[in-house]
Write a protein that binds this ligand. Sequence first.
Ligand code: NAI
Ligand code: COI
Ligand code: MG
Length: 347
Amino acid sequence: MALIAILPGDGIGPEVTTEARRVLERLGLDLSFEEAPVGGAAYHAAGHPLPPATLDLARRADAILFGAVGDPTCDSLDRHLRPEQAILGLRKALTLFANLRPAKMFAGMEDASALRPEVARAIDLVIVRELNGDVYFGEKGMRTTADGLRQGYDVMSYDEAEVRRIAVAGFEAARRRRGKLCSIDKANVLETSQLWRDVVIETAADYADVTLTHMYVDNAAMQLVRDPGQFDVIVTGNLFGDILSDQASMCVGSIGLLPSAALDVAGKGLYEPIHGSAPDIAGQGKANPCAAILSAAMMLRHSLGEPAAADRIEAAVAAALASGKRTADLGGTCSTREMGDAVLAAL
Ligand SMILES: NC(=O)C1=CN([C@@H]2O[C@H](COP(=O)(O)OP(=O)(O)OC[C@H]3O[C@@H](n4cnc5c(N)ncnc54)[C@H](O)[C@@H]3O)[C@@H](O)[C@H]2O)C=CC1
Ligand SMILES: CC(C)CC(=O)C(=O)O
Ligand SMILES: [Mg+2]
């Protein structure tokens, strides 16, 4: 029996993971679930955003279903105690370096996209985002300049081994799809990006069947709204991937639609919607649970060897949306629970 760690977290995290769990339970697979607090909820309960018992559960589990962390009441805490440190800590402690963030247009949902329907219709891409390095994990701090000014700093760096393993993940993903990999960097300005580009080019020698291109991140942000259909697989660093994936979500229609997988080399994974805890709508039953439900599908495919069950969930989400069921972010009136019910009904 596979053990699933459920880490609901803060804000809308518990609301959306509840719906994802209901869908998993309905499948009749041999799964068991264990839940633990994380983020602000864990700080308030146990004094730390990632308590040892939660990390232990994450290590023991076969896969992790994560909601979201982030709690405005924690904004003035020392950084190491803030909720966001929990997800950063899990990614690092479990070496979950490869973040797959698929963005695909659902049939009939073009009107929800921020783009024109004929542009939006072509979206079928995956962002492969590096998750263990970059400016998120570099030395950081506050200091005083010689002129007596306060100065914040965050060091951006990648070593070649870190770039190579995510490049391999990108090439492998492209090989399984349409064979196109676009590496996104800022090599015209950043040394970190120059190394990134050099190592991606070196890695390409093992993937003659994949067409590799490069794009600067500012152009990529523009191309993503001009012609998102040009992208198959994007491979990029932690910061650029974070930003571009939120942007891609609105090309598809809502941040409430995009799931993600964070994987280690062996395929162990943490699965979470790409969105955060959405304090502005938390506790109101307004959150779209589709991203969390689709994250559960990714878990079945990537960590639990159940691709047919994953297909079944994805088809049910597509069918529920096609039948007109929509939460407020998509212009509808369904509550989180009603959207979950619609997916269950379509299973
Ligand atoms: N992996 C994680 O746990 C993440 C945590 N965060 C944290 O979440 C908190 C809020 O961050 P924000 O920048 O506001 O980003 P956010 O993604 O939580 O929300 C951005 C906007 O999208 C809406 N939204 C997000 N998910 C939605 C859903 N499922 N259905 C409908 N609408 C949805 C929100 O209502 C809000 O207007 C912060 O503390 C942030 O650090 C942010 C991103 C990822
Ligand atoms: C909350 C951050 C640590 C990360 C984030 O925004 C994300 O992973 O999408
Ligand atoms: Mg983000």
